[in-house]
Structures are given as C-alpha cells and as structure tokens.
Design a protein around this ligand. Structure first.
Ligand SMILES: NC(=O)c1ccc[n+]([C@@H]2O[C@H](COP(=O)([O-])OP(=O)(O)OC[C@H]3O[C@@H](n4cnc5c(N)ncnc54)[C@H](OP(=O)(O)O)[C@@H]3O)[C@@H](O)[C@H]2O)c1
Length: 309
C-alpha cells in the first residue's frame, strides 16, 4: 500500500511518500481503507519530537490520528462492523508508529464509529479529534447551558468552531475570537465575533458588560491570560492548549460515546465540520505546510488517497 512516513523527527521535509507494509489485522481490530485523513497540529508537533519525553516512538512513523474510510476486513473477534461499513476513527495510540496517512489503517474496534451519513469523507475525517476535544471541553468539562455567556478563544479553528457550535447549540450566548479575516465565519456559526489581541477584554465587554460565565480556550498563544479579566467570579475555564491556576486542561481521548453523539449532531444539522482544502496523500508535506499558513481559509486540511483526488 501507499503511505506517508518519517524516519527521524523534523518538519514536513522528513515526510516520505511510498510503498509501506500493509497493517496486520489483530482479533479486535478492523482494516479501514482510508478515504480521508485529517491533519492536526498534534501530527506536526509529534513529528517535530514534541512527544519524546512522554511517548515511545518506533520509526518509521506513519503520522495522523483522524480517519474516515471503508471497512475492508474485520478481525476474528469483531461483531460490531463488517466489510463495506463507512466509519470514522480517532486512532490515537500511546506508541507513535502507525497512523492514518496511509491507504490502509488498522484500527482497534473501540476507536471506531459509523460515519455521519450526510458528511463528505473530508468532513467526516475532520470530526473525531477536533470533535472529541470540543465536546470534552464544552459539554463534559464546562457543562455549558443556556444560562451561560461563553467566550471561545480561537472560534475559527478546527476545535474552536466545533466548541462554538456545541455551546450555541446548548442555548448559551457565545462570543468567539478569531483573526480579522475569519470574523464572518465566526458569525456564520452563531457566535458574536471579536478579534484576538491585547484588547480582547474590552471587545468582550461590549457584548457582555457583566463578563462571561465560561471560557473555552481553543487557541493557546497565551490568549487566556488577557481573557481571564472578563471571567466573572466562579466562572468555569478550560483550555486545550494552555494551563494555569483555575484552568482545567482538556485533552482529546478516544471515546465512542462522544463520537456517537457527534455523529448524531452532524446528522441533525447542528454541527458542521468545515474543510478548507484537501490534498493527495502524496502531497502530505505540502498539506502540513498549509496548516501553518495563518492566512488560510478556516477549516480542516485533509488528505485523500491519490485515486480519489
Ligand atoms: N488538548 C488537546 O487534546 C488538543 C486537541 C486538538 C488541538 N489542540 C491544540 O489546540 C490548538 C488549536 O488546534 P486546532 O486544530 O483547532 O488549530 P487551528 O484550526 O489552526 O485553529 C487555531 C485557532 O487559533 C487562532 N489563533 C491563531 N493565532 C492566534 C493568536 N496569536 N492569538 C489568538 N488566537 C490565535 C486561530 O484563529 P485564525 O485562524 O482566525 O487566525 C484559530 O481560531 C493547537 O495548539 C492544537 O495543538 C489540543
């Protein structure tokens, strides 16, 4: 099979496209034919060696944790899926070795859920990691309700846009920060847009003079430090990219309960994953470089097998 791998840590220049051994099929896993694999900042960070202190790495590494595809074979112990099923997965493994930038991916059955029927392959691939992170933040951690005024930092981002939609869907008033060029996108997903920068607090107070009851930081970049000034006493605050006193740090975690809920929300039209652009698998290096391009369209960057491009 064709796939993308790296043999040493580095930037996009370490990625090699070529022939890779097909994954083995264990009893409680399925082999999925990749139809789309979304790129995430974590792929790039781990490839740069960011995980060296807390994760084993077995080179060569196939990067990527987000997948949408078609079940090709099922292990002897799998009764939940059958060949031909359309599925999504957040394939996160504790050892960095076999990811989703490949034509065939072996996925433990407990990482899989069915694909939303109304989503394209790219939209479906963009849902698991960003959706799990957003849901754990907004629903499980902050328990946002219609009584809340929520500030989403990085509302135009992959995670932030889903966090925004989940908070809006719960009936909360949502204020979302983004760059100047993504203000209309933030409006389109139901939030009151503000621009990130030093004057975030003043901008928030124009929409919410009394302050906000919850903050979801999906941006990092230290943006939480200035935003804390608008949190009312007792406000709930979480971050997916930062920490600090009073801040709950949230990490994506494989969870089919949440995947099922996310799929339902997508099928109900309450949650939309935006795809910015898709690239052929062979162009994974260009795709990773595009992720760093700040002037790009909001939305996921997605890899597709070369034949479907
Ligand atoms: N904890 C976890 O499990 C987890 C999971 C997923 C992601 N993450 C981390 O969360 C962050 C966002 O991930 P993502 O996939 O959503 O990335 P993304 O799609 O690139 O979104 C980044 C967001 O940050 C905003 N931003 C960029 N530069 C900024 C700045 N200087 N100040 C304030 N905001 C800025 C962007 O706004 P514009 O695009 O409008 O400029 C965008 O809204 C990354 O650091 C990623 O590593 C963590």
């Amino acid at each position: 099979m064709k796939g993308v791998s790296y043999k040493r840590f580095g930037g996009s220049e370490v990625l090699e496209y070529g022939e890779l051994p097909e994954p083995k099929l264990s009893q409680n896993a399925v082999i999925v034919r990749m139809m789309a694999a979304a790129i995430n900042p974590a792929d790039v960070a781990l490839q740069a060696g960011f995980g060296e202190s807390f994760m084993e790495t077995w080179f060569p590494v196939v990067p990527g944790w987000d997948l949408a595809g078609i079940v090709e074979r099922v292990g002897a112990g799998v009764i939940e899926f059958q060949p031909g099923d359309e599925v999504i997965a957040y394939t996160h493994q504790e050892i960095l070795h076999s990811g989703t930038y490949a034509e065939l991916v072996s996925v433990p059955v407990e990482r899989l859920w069915r694909k939303p029927r109304n989503a394209s392959w790219g939209e479906a691939a963009g849902l698991p990691l960003a959706g799990l992170t957003a849901y754990r933040s907004v629903v499980d951690t902050l328990r946002v309700s219609d009584a809340d005024v929520v500030l989403v930092l990085g509302a135009s981002g992959a995670v932030g846009s889903l966090a925004t939609q989940l908070a809006v869907g719960s009936g909360a008033t949502v204020i979302g920060s983004a760059s100047v060029s993504h203000q209309n996108y933030v409006t389109s997903i139901g939030a009151l847009p503000i621009q990130y920068g030093d004057d975030v607090a003043e901008q928030v107070r124009k929409h919410a003079p009394a302050g906000v009851t919850a903050i979801v930081d999906c941006a990092g970049h230290g943006s939480l430090a200035t935003a804390m000034a608008v949190a009312i006493p007792g406000a709930r605050v979480c971050s997916i990219a930062d920490g600090g006193p009073g801040v709950t740090t949230v990490f994506a975690r494989p969870d089919t309960r949440i995947l099922a809920r996310l799929v339902d929300l997508v099928e109900a039209g309450s949650l939309n994953v935006k795809v910015a652009v898709s690239f052929a698998l062979a162009d994974a290096a260009i795709a990773q470089d595009a992720l760093k391009e700040r002037s790009r369209q909001p939305g996921k960057i997605v890899l597709v097998p070369d034949i479907t491009r």
